[in-house]
Write a protein that binds this ligand. Sequence first.
Ligand SMILES: *Cc1c(COP(=O)(O)O)cnc(C)c1O
Length: 383
Amino acid sequence: MFDALIRFVREQYATNDFIPLHAPVFPGREREYVFDTLESTFVSSVGAYVDRFEQDMARYTGSPRAVATVNGTAALHVALLLAGVQPGELVVTQSLTFVATCNAIAYCHAEPVFVDVDRATLGMSPRALEQWLDENAELDAEGLCRTRADGRVVRACVPMHTFGHPADLDGLLDVCRRWRLVLVEDAAESLGSLYQGRHTGTFGQLGTQSFNGNKIITTGGGGMVLTDEVLGARAKHLTTTAKKPHPYEFFHDEVGFNYRLPNLNAALGCAQLEHIEDFVAAKRLLAQRYAEQLEGSALHFVREPEGCRSNYWLNAVICDSREQRDALLAATNDAGVMTRPIWQLMNRLPGFAHCRRGDLSTAEWLEARVVNLPSSVLPASAA
Ligand SMILES: *Cc1c(COP(=O)(O)O)cnc(C)c1O
């Protein structure tokens, strides 16, 4: 039943071998820059590539400041701390996300609250966010958002740009403004995606990216905090063991983190970032071909939301039913074409089953139906 799709994927990648969901490509100066760190011996916590990667990323995204970290989860952890999230507080996020979003909230000894996503964006629904707040929260005399039942502070809101498709940022910014929530964008999947012409990750007070091996660009492992100059300086300090600059003395003015990105990884990132627009173009071309191939079939191809440029990090289809989803997963994986179901909802995981949540009917509907298709940058267009 899915033979035509399997044949189509094989044609795109021109191979009869196993086709992964997402593999990195290194078409440019990756080897040169990485080798340069070996030659210089500056592979670790000192070296020029970290500064350069941060400056290149700030310039590319239009963010005032970009601070590199060891991975995307660490970036999110620090971003939440800088958003002022304190132990015992609540942070609203979407139930349909990768577990890292919720882990970072838990590292702050805070608790996620799960709200629904929109069908059109796969990202947090501003209406679902507002509804949960209307039903459960109020602004206290100091203007802090608190739950009515038990007075818990609701500090921040973390939407995620699922598979690279921008969430409804205008709607979310409006609700966050009215409820005094700090908006922190989990932009781990959406480097290169634009919302009304502006980069995702630069709308909230803080935004975070990931450069894990499966993301649109990779540093092996890595992440970035996007924010303003003031919070950026704080992010740099916190992620580098809170050490006061001094030629030889060790003084750390608070408990900090060793979250700095090694120079070796940053070198790879500098070379990868030189290709980001080529990668986005290649992925958008592949997405266009999937859309045409699947037109009129039983599988509904997920397209970018209106007013957005998606990086189409992972291509996705919505199946008619869970049974059809299971059949698609079995047929493709048996044929050596890797596909994967979307994540199980966070409220089903043992670590987060106790958390508060609103109505999750769209997330549940999508959870049973969404499948990711192979999405690596096409070989010919990578150069
Ligand atoms: C990849 C990813 C992260 C961060 O992952 P790391 O592996 O820690 O870099 C965070 N959130 C989402 C939604 C992701 O997809």
